[in-house]
Design a protein. Structure first.
Length: 506
């Protein structure tokens, strides 16, 4: 009998949870071929107890975990280590963005045996087959793998070309449902009463130097067709009554044709949706396209504005045709159409001198205010620049020269300051002084007071009025320092910033 496999999704959010697409897709690649269980750390009060109980049966040999940076590490690291200590014959396999981008620290920890580097659709089943057949000499022929050979050398096998997404096996929703009722994943958000999360494409055709998608996908992008996406949406609508979708693709809007086709298909289903895209890409859509999308339920689009400064956009390798002017034009253009632009900004980029870093922060704050004037419905997300190790990029060289480096040991990523770094809320970048961080954060607090996010639908009516009145005095007079009264209200009303744990849901 074959050994069993446990596929684990470490806890990533405290409240209502999204369907764990990463482990679902990993499961799809072995469904019907291997015996496997899912453990979702989001839905278990004590996931370790559950994991251990499976391994105590003696039937399990493979502990496989998806790993994003940030809070997921808090379960992924200790559990993987414990498994190796308690069950030394067990094999541990990691995948996901953290595992791929920080592979050296993972592999050198000595408790992560293999990393699936990028898509696991072929790599994962091939690796399991080779291990089950004791065919170790074949492992180096499997693409998308990282591991240590007998001499301790880290082997990184070549990358697989991206597969046609329509040819992939369907996600094993019903298998997941045996462990966790799928209803648990369909939550109430500002988009609708039952919100479904879906991932319809892989990668991104751009190569922004600050983005974690780039080292893995290297400018490649492949998508499911509009019809396939619609079939899945329709199945969830008919079976579970969903009325909203978050598209978690890195770049849902890459193909205009696909988006318009999907919009026409979903037009009469009463589904509200949200996705992530690029300003310069979507700005090329016609007004008619945008109106079709709006009619078809597109409520909000997340857009990486990053900064309004054209030189910095170049430094970030933003590519395409995005400029400060395009951001403004697009904000203005969407206002009458009624799709809400959710602009994300990255503040605190390195510069030649502290004065220049500060001047740029102040400039970006002014730019954000201009955007709000042009389209007050715009949502603003502010991140502090957190480096991503895109080896070889000019920006990465610049940040290393400025004294930044990642932790060398895997367990060091568990230090609270690195968790905050992962959440892009507290960079450990030496060029940002506490004064600069305060400046950004105080502005963010005042902005979130005067313009609370529409995605936290609890902040409305009187609460919203009070918050706006108090914050309005500060916003209008540009007094951002010590916004304790706004912070207190945010705390009392548990204001949820969407960039940390996703949209507020219940
Ligand atoms: C959904 C999502 C979330 C959800 C939670 C997801 C969940 N599982 O519950 C929420 C909103 C909570 C979230 C939060 C954060 N996220 Co997030 N998130 C995503 C998002 C949009 C989709 C992930 C997904 O479902 N992908 C679909 C699956 C199919 O793709 P995949 O994960 O890449 O999996 C494939 C391969 O990687 C591989 N694989 C993956 N896991 C495994 C495991 C095994 C065993 C194997 C063999 C293979 C394998 O095989 C899969 C199939 O081929 C991604 C971006 C993206 N589009 O992927 C960002 C992303 C992963 N998140 C990111 C970040 C930084 C965060 C945060 C840490 C910070 C932030 N402010 O966003 C927070 C905090 C996390 C937390 N609280 O733990 C970054 C990671 C960046 C980096 N430096 O590596 C990403 C890439 C977004 C980005 N472009 O910056 N996130
Ligand atoms: S367009 Fe977005 S997802 Fe694509 S590389 Fe740039 S930041 Fe990353």
């Amino acid at each position: 009998m074959k050994n069993k496999i446990l596929i684990f999704n470490p806890r990533s959010a405290n409240a209502k949870h999204r369907i764990p697409n990463s482990i679902l897709q990993v499961g799809a690649s072995i469904y019907g071929k291997h015996d496997f269980v899912f453990v979702d750390g989001n839905l278990e009060s004590d996931p370790w107890k559950k994991i251990k109980s499976y391994f105590d049966t003696g039937d399990f040999k493979y502990f496989c975990s998806t790993v994003m940076p940030g809070p997921q590490l808090k379960q992924a690291i200790p559990y993987t280590k414990n498994i190796k200590e308690l069950f030394p014959k067990c094999i541990t396999i990691w995948g996901g963005y953290f595992a791929s981008n920080q592979f050296k620290a993972c592999i050198e920890s000595d408790f992560v045996d293999y990393i699936v580097n990028g898509p696991g659709d072929i790599a994962f089943p091939s690796l399991l087959d080779a291990l089950e057949d004791n065919n170790y000499s074949e492992i180096n022929t499997i693409k998308n793998l990282i591991y240590q050979d007998k001499e301790g050398i880290i082997i990184q096998t070549p990358k697989e070309k991206l597969l046609e997404q329509d040819t992939l096996p369907p996600l094993p929703y019903q298998h997941l449902n045996q462990f966790y009722n799928l209803e648990h994943y369909l939550s109430r958000t500002f988009l609708g009463e039952k919100t479904f999360s879906y991932h319809s494409s892989l990668g991104c055709p751009f190569t922004c130097s600050f983005c974690a998608v780039v080292p893995i996908y290297e400018g490649r992008w492949k998508a499911k067709s509009a019809q396939t996406v619609y079939n899945d949406v329709k199945y969830f609508k008919d079976t579970y009554g969903i009325d909203a979708i978050e598209f978690h693709d890195n770049n849902f809007f890459t193909s205009r044709k696909r988006v318009v086709e999907f919009s026409n298909l979903v037009m009469n289903d009463g589904i509200t949706w949200w996705g992530e895209g690029r300003i310069d890409t979507i700005n090329k859509y016609s007004d008619e396209d945008l109106i079709t999308m709006k009619k078809a339920g597109c409520k909000m689009i997340f857009l990486g504005a990053e900064t309004g400064n054209d030189d910095i956009l170049k430094q970030m390798n933003k590519g395409g045709t995005q400029t400060g002017q395009t951001i403004k034009d697009f904000a203005k253009r969407l206002a009458p159409i009624g799709i809400i632009p959710e602009f994300s900004f990255v503040l605190g980029m390195p510069a030649d001198s502290p004065d220049k870093v500060m001047a740029q922060i102040e400039w970006d704050i002014k730019f954000i205010r201009e955007i709000k004037d042009l389209n007050p419905a715009s949502e603003i997300i502010i991140y502090l620049y957190s480096p991503v190790a895109t080896e070889g990029s000019e920006l990465y060289e610049q940040i290393q020269q400025a004294g930044f480096s990642f932790p060398k040991k895997l367990e060091d990523w568990l230090n609270p300051e690195w968790e905050k770094f992962d959440l892009r809320k507290n960079p450990l970048t030496p060029w940002l002084t506490p004064e600069m961080v305060d400046k950004i954060k105080n502005f963010e607090t005042v902005l979130n007071g005067y313009y609370p996010t529409a995605s936290d639908f609890r902040i409305r009516g009187l609460k919203k009025k009070i918050l706006r009145t108090i914050a309005g005095v500060r916003y209008q007079n540009q007094i951002y320092k010590y916004p304790y009264e706004i912070k207190a209200l945010h705390k009392i009303w548990k204001y949820r910033q969407p960039e940390i744990q996703g949209f507020y849901s219940e």
